[in-house]
Design a binder for this molecule. Structure first.
Ligand code: PGA
Ligand code: ZN
Length: 427
């Protein structure tokens, strides 16, 4: 029997379009015998300053967002550098990508180029093994189907800053399967839409498919969400809980937190107090980036106050970086990691951050970006790595639904072996 050739022969890339109608990269890794893998880079809008940087063409085409240079880099530099490497050795090929780029923030070849290639190679490895990606990653580990965190109202940078808080989400913690969690969330999403329509406040959807928020205060969105859960016939806090992504870096100006909707400014303590008040009045189980990415003292104070009962998630604060996760564990500045592969720039670095979070006893939430595509790689990572939680945006727009639907398929394939993460993944 001849050995299977597992070496990469060529990497190609094309320009495709993301959910905001902006150019992005689709990369393909090619092995002999027609085997290969394909992946697309997503893009954030409320990005952390420590993230891998996308390479975008300057100039007039597509508002300076074009990716022809990044694609050129894949074809001219990355493809020859990966030629002949074993696709099964993800760590080695990611290391080659990192060294070839040569910058601390991946700005030379672009985080968008690197993550598309890194994920395409991962798909090619699964394809070579003849397995779906989630099963290839899972190996002999027990299969855990994640608890979904689903946006109902979008705000912040995803909705023209119409409200300051970025994501008002639900987590169906009382559901007994992923499928049931989606059923309940669909009811809440519909009920919220009916409520807005009845008050003449239905104005379409924001970047991630949540309703465009027309509220007079940030808290009014929480009240409306609570009522929508009840309208859907669910018990708030028991069946369906609330989670928030404050994305506070976005309204942190000169050391103060400026709530534009309410025309007032708070200091770090004031913002923590406001959030603690909400936690007292609403069934909130998770809060992401409660203060700005550079406000470690605020993160520590907030985690000390509520971290025993509420998940405190670092997104902009941790930017999927293992070193930052380790520091946060020492400093006790949060207790969960948002896992966004394109913040890190390669699969290996994403996994390192994930492993650091696990060692620290942190929760782990695999996440999409506000600019995303029909690519469903992250659904496979969430299950293949046993993350326990999955955040993809809202319950509309097909770049979101593609990922929820992929988990449904995997849950079905697992059958009786599927273990739904449920409320136990939260503090
Ligand atoms: P982004 O937002 O993809 O625009 O950065 C998502 C988030 O903050 O979780
Ligand atoms: Zn976030």
């Amino acid at each position: 029997m001849t050995a299977v050739d597992e070496t990469i022969k060529r990497v190609t890339a094309r320009r495709v379009w993301d959910s905001r109608g902006r150019p992005t990269i689709e990369a393909e890794g090619h092995l002999p015998n027609g085997i290969g893998g394909r992946a697309m880079a997503p893009a954030g809008a409320s990005t952390g300053s420590g993230e891998a940087v996308d390479l975008r063409d300057a100039g007039r085409a597509h508002g300076g967002q074009d990716v022809t240079q990044a694609i050129g880099g894949i074809e001219r530099e990355i493809s020859p550098a990966l030629d002949g490497l074993a696709v099964t050795d993800q760590a080695r090929l990611d290391q080659v990508l990192i060294e070839l780029d040569g910058t601390a923030n991946k700005s030379r070849l672009g985080g968008n180029a690197l993550i598309a290639v890194s994920m395409a190679a991962l798909h090619a490895a699964a394809s070579l093994a003849g397995k779906p990606l989630w099963r290839h990653l899972l190996g002999a580990a027990p299969p855990i189907v994640p608890l979904p965190e689903i946006q109902i109202f979008g705000g912040g940078a995803h909705a023209g800053r119409r409200v300051d808080v970025q994501d008002f989400m639900v987590m169906a913690i009382g559901a007994s399967s992923f499928g049931q969690a989606l059923d309940w969330t669909a009811d809440v999403y519909r009920a919220a839409g009916v409520r807005l329509a009845n008050r003449g406040r239905l104005q379409g959807v924001a970047d991630e498919g949540g309703y465009w928020p027309v509220f007079d205060t940030n808290e009014e969105a929480l009240e409306c969400l609570l009522c929508a859960i009840e309208d859907a016939g669910r018990t708030p806090g028991d069946d369906v809980a609330i989670s928030l992504d404050i994305a506070a870096s976005e309204f942190h100006v000169s050391g103060r937190y400026r709530l534009g909707l309410e025309d007032r400014e708070l200091d770090s303590d004031g913002l923590c107090e406001l959030l603690c008040g909400w936690i007292g009045r609403y069934p909130i189980v998770s809060i992401e980036d409660p203060v700005s990415e550079d406000d470690t003292a605020g993160m520590q104070k907030f985690t000390a106050a509520v971290g025993h009962r509420v998940q405190v998630v670092g997104d902009d604060y941790l930017v999927t970086d293992a070193t930052r996760v380790e520091r946060a564990a020492t400093e006790q500045s949060c207790n969960a990691l948002l896992v966004k592969p394109n913040q890190a720039g390669t699969i290996t670095e994403t996994r390192a951050a994930f492993d650091a979070a696990r060692r620290a006893g942190f929760g782990t939430i695999v996440s999409a970006r506000s600019g995303d595509t029909e690519d469903v790689t992250i659904a496979h990572l969430a299950i293949g790595w046993g993350a326990g939680q999955f955040k993809v945006g809202s319950f509309s727009r097909s770049e979101r639904m593609a990922k929820w639907n992929e988990v449904l398929r995997i849950e079905e394939a697992l059958g009786d072996a599927a273990v739904f993460a449920g409320r136990d993944v939260l503090p």
